[in-house]
Write a protein that binds this ligand. Structure first.
Ligand SMILES: [Ca+2]
Ligand SMILES: [Ca+2]
Length: 247
């Protein structure tokens, strides 16, 4: 059912050039159970990340979500369209997460290239690191990670949301607004400029997939819902064409 909706949305996009290149949302409301989710999403460990109904948690948009246990398993899928990040048309990556407790462990959501991240990805959630750039202890901050932009600090950059400490027992909104030269992190729709990543240069890889989880062992159980990836510029006819445009 969700796939049908996505097709209809794509038709709508084609009718309006002003709309975003990518318009992917997933609230898990249309699925009956975990097996139905896994007919759309690819589970590395089937049955482990569980479709969950818990009426009364609708504050973030619905009462169905995915419960992610302590696991190395992931759910991944294509997002139905592809696009490039640019400063004029950034791609916004959004997830709501909830956990009873948090530790420094790799969890969350990422948007990735067609091969699920070998050349490019952006991620929000938490990380197993304990020190942020500049040597400041992360304490209990949310984390972002970007990989594949030009001029990425250290080639593979972990950022931290400075605006708030991790929250337990409540849904929170994590957002990464990804342009060519600046990636902006927002917590519950509040932007703190200090945690933005600046000075980047163009990437040459299109966003085409997304993934829940990190594929490495995690010691945190959490819930995730209301995923969104939107924005982006049209993908050029070929990467070579794109190189000619930006050089
Ligand atoms: Ca939901
Ligand atoms: Ca920020």
């Amino acid at each position: 059912m969700l796939k049908v909706f996505g097709t209809m949305a794509a038709v709508g996009l084609m009718a309006s050039t002003a709309m975003a290149q990518i318009s992917f949302t997933e609230d898990f409301e249309s699925y009956a159970d975990t097996a139905a989710v896994e007919a759309v999403w690819t589970a590395s460990q089937p049955g482990v990340i569980v479709h969950t109904t818990n009426a009364g948690t609708a504050a973030q948009g619905g009462d169905k979500y995915m419960a992610v246990p302590v696991t190395a398993g992931v759910l991944s899928r294509t997002i139905g369209s592809t696009g490039f990040v640019s400063d004029a048309t950034p791609i916004t990556l959004t997830a709501y997460v909830r956990g009873a407790s948090w530790t420094n462990s790799r969890i969350g959501l990422s948007m990735r290239d067609a091969s699920l991240g070998t050349a490019f990805y952006a991620h929000i959630g938490t990380t197993n690191g304990t020190v942020q750039p500049g040597g400041v202890a992360t304490g209990d901050k949310w984390a972002s990670r970007i990989f594949g932009w030009g001029n990425v600090p250290s080639g593979n950059y972990w950022g931290y949301f400075n605006s708030a400490n991790r929250v337990t027992g409540a849904w929170v909104k994590l957002e990464l607004i990804c342009g060519e030269t600046t990636v902006r992190a927002e917590f519950d729709d509040v932007n703190t400029p200090a945690d933005d990543i600046t000075g980047l240069t163009a990437n040459n890889t299109a966003v085409a997939t997304c993934r829940i989880g990190y594929g490495v062992s995690s010691n945190v159980a959490y819930d995730i819902d209301n995923i969104s990836i939107s924005g982006g510029a049209a993908v050029p006819a070929s990467i070579s064409d794109w190189d000619m445009m930006v050089d």
